[in-house]
Design a protein around this ligand. Sequence first.
Ligand code: ADP
Ligand code: MG
Length: 382
Amino acid sequence: MTDIREAFEAAYGHAADGVWSSPGRVNLIGEHTDYNNGFVLPFGIDYRTSAAVAVREDREIHLRSTFAEGEVVGNLDALTLESMSGWSAYVLGVAWAMADAGVDLAAARGLDILIDSDVPVGAGLSSSAALECAAGAAFNELWGLGLDKLAIARFGRVAENKAVGAPTGLLDQAASMLAEDDHVVFLDCDTEEARPVALHLKDKGLGILVTNSNVEHEHATGGYGDRFASCAKGAEALGVTTLREIGADDLPRAQELLDDETYRRVRHVVTENQRVLDTVAVLAAEGPTAIGDLLNASQASMRDDFEITVPEIDLACDTAVAAGAIGARMTGGGFGGSSIALVPLDKADAIASAIRTALSDAGMREATIFTVTPSQGARRDH
Ligand code: ADP
Ligand code: MG
């Protein structure tokens, strides 16, 4: 990353009042459970988006990013969804969401903002939430709003849903805001209650290896929609509003009522919710070395029941486990994207090279492999 204070001065001709940052995220377990009002368990990563900000005399918001040319200018007296486009919508959208929810911005002053980031964009690590949350944290402090972290996360989500137009849940923003060093964030997508859960990777010499398959299938969007529809169909047939309301005891009845495909979709969501709860319990009772089976079972369920993995991801996960990973699974929406492996750090390089070799031997596309460290959420840096 650039020295953001220097870059800010070069861009605006005066010093920033402060720098706020927020991380990208990886989901440890709990896939396609969010829109079924279930449980997810993401963590913030050691790749962050920073916002250097100075208060202005007027009500204008000037926005620059090291990621894009030029300057975008908004105005706190004219925040409309129609006026927002491109990357600035992720920032101005947060201010819009606050105002729309009745947060009093009458006394808020305009801002000069420079964004910088080392979160890879569009790699499934949620650079979008990192951006919204860095901006939201800065707004909260500079405008004296007194919002808690979850409230800021919710405004980030509204920005993403309404200003950007991406129909996503609260997972990304909750992770980015609430993340803590060496913790995961347990989020109940029904009640929107969230709490950090200790991982203890550091004590055990463990790390998380991310393998970006660099595969993105054309049917990612369609496939996502199909899965969403299958879950809704299953819930309706079972007489519930969301699959959150049913558990393992209901599966025999589900199998009788549903066609095989819908049944397997439902079974993934039901068992995945339980695996998130089990992961939280096992982390507390036995620590991270004991969650391997849950990660592997999640991978198998996504591969066989939900059918959202691709051969590249399956091979990366199987190879990681064979080479000494404690467990491995796809992370993210599926149809390509990334997988994670929980690994002893002293074996990370050997596991990464085993994955590279296996993919190459199978004639598959080269992956991008790197470790991430569960890190602190949104904060003021200086
Ligand atoms: P992901 O969140 O998986 O990285 P998204 O498509 O949700 O992918 O969000 C990526 C978009 O977020 C970018 O296209 C851009 O509009 C915006 N964005 C992310 N990081 C930055 C940045 N540092 N500066 C400006 N815009 C950014
Ligand atoms: Mg995103």
